[in-house]
Design a protein around this ligand. Structure first.
Ligand SMILES: CCCCCCCCCCC/C=C/C(=O)SCCNC(=O)CCNC(=O)[C@H](O)C(C)(C)COP(=O)(O)OP(=O)(O)OC[C@H]1O[C@@H](n2cnc3c(N)ncnc32)[C@H](O)[C@@H]1OP(=O)(O)O
Length: 358
């Protein structure tokens, strides 16, 4: 449904009631959308280079080009609504604002000093990722992309980083296998797209073994710090599955096709140092000093100018985005078919029916 003039006016009033300053970047976007919605494309003369404030406003408005007034009005209403819900969530202790925590069943989201930390938080299941966790992570990343977060960090609670997709996601889904596979492909597509499009620095603090999708996703991170206890393992063939999270593209690009094949086809498990040698990991730290060294470094990085980091990331990612989205699309279609294959169903069944440990 298109936003009406009344929705637009309500949104303008809502902006004044925001509990938290949304930051300059969002304010410029709101200004630009407001001008575009009310006056149409920017025809004002460009302010001089030293007129910083008016130039930033002009740039933001001018960047909207010939965006139709109705679309600008809709985008303004959507943006205000996302700000209101994230500020509401923050005030309930659920969003990504500084000092607040969001706790869902399997992830813990905390924010401090410009760093939003998303912790896989199911240590008794080695932080396996449930259907709900995929959705909660999408929400946490959406919040972190618009609030005052500077750097977003993923890590794991307990001895594992994550054992990847929870293999009971499919066996416990309501409806038939076909319905579960369709739903899985939709969720996976959106989940990976959120990482491809995430606009701010994204860092993984890999505290222990990582399996499956928690490894493949690392190809979409900006930095990966690993404890020397961490291992990296993608047993897709053992599970009758195929690579996801754009790893069929990022891994060969990063490590060469021969090394990528050892991981993605043959399920070779890498040590942290091997993963570093192949470009998947930025730096390896001894377990004894891992947390202190990494967090000291991240706190320093979080003080760097956020817009500069965001713009640099945009430049780095820009030429790859279209390709990454296309790869994600194809991987999800392939996986959907794999999930319905005998090879995959047998592998999942043998995991869920394995004998309990004594
Ligand atoms: C409606 C459909 C929604 C779908 C949603 C979207 C789907 C997107 C899918 C994207 C594709 C992703 C692919 C992958 O990630 S493939 C990789 C999957 N992971 C694995 O194959 C790892 C399986 N686990 C193991 O091999 C071992 O558990 C592990 C080596 C990790 C640890 O071994 P260890 O002996 O140390 O510990 P336990 O095996 O005793 O584990 C402790 C308990 O944790 C449970 N566990 C561990 N990993 C998983 C898992 N991945 N899924 C479910 N449960 C897991 C394990 O069963 C133990 O539980 P219990 O104590 O209750 O027995």
């Amino acid at each position: 449904m298109r936003a009406t003039q009344q929705d637009f006016e309500n949104a303008m009033n809502q902006v004044k009631l925001l509990k938290k300053d949304p930051g300059n970047e969002v304010k410029l976007r709101l200004y630009a959308l407001y001008k575009q919605a009310t006056e149409g494309p920017c025809t004002m003369p460009k302010p001089g280079v030293f007129d910083f404030v008016n130039k930033a406003k002009w740039d933001a408005w001018n960047a909207l080009g010939s965006l139709p007034k109705e679309t600008a009005r809709q985008n303004y209403v959507d943006l205000v609504s996302s700000l209101s819900s994230s500020s509401e969530a923050s005030s309930q202790g659920k969003g990504g604002a500084d000092g607040k925590a969001q706790e869902s069943k399997g992830i813990l989201v905390t924010s401090e000093g410009g760093i939003t930390k998303i912790t896989f938080n199911r240590p008794s299941k080695k932080n396996a990722i449930t259907f709900q966790m995929y959705q909660d992570i999408i929400l946490a990343l959406k919040n972190a992309s618009t609030d005052d977060t500077v750097i977003t960090v993923f890590t794991g609670a307990g001895d594992y980083y994550s054992s990847g997709n929870d293999l009971t996601n499919f066996t416990s889904a309501s409806g038939g296998m076909e319905e579960a596979a369709n739903k899985g492909a939709i969720v996976l597509r959106e989940f990976v797209n959120t990482f491809i499009d995430f606009p701010k620095p994204l860092v993984a603090v890999v505290n222990g073994p990582a399996v499956g999708i928690s490894v493949t996703l690392l190809g979409l991170f900006d930095a990966v710090y690993a404890s020397d206890r961490a291992t990296f393992h993608t047993p897709f063939s053992h599970l009758g599955q195929s690579p996801e999270a754009c790893s069929s593209y990022t891994f060969p690009k990063m490590m060469g096709s021969a090394k990528a094949a050892e991981m993605l086809l043959f399920g070779k498990k890498l040590t942290a140092r091997e993963a570093w040698a192949q470009g998947l990991v930025t730096e390896v730290f001894p377990e004894s000093t891992f947390e202190t060294e990494v967090w000291t470094r991240l706190k320093t990085y979080a003080k760097l100018p956020p817009n500069s980091m965001r713009i640099s990331k945009e430049l780095i990612r820009k030429n790859e985005k279209e390709k990454l989205h296309a790869v994600n699309e194809e991987e999800c279609t392939t996986l959907r078919a794999r999930w319905l294959s005998e090879e995959c169903i047998n592998a999942i069944m043998s995991f869920v029916t394995r004998k309990p440990k004594l």
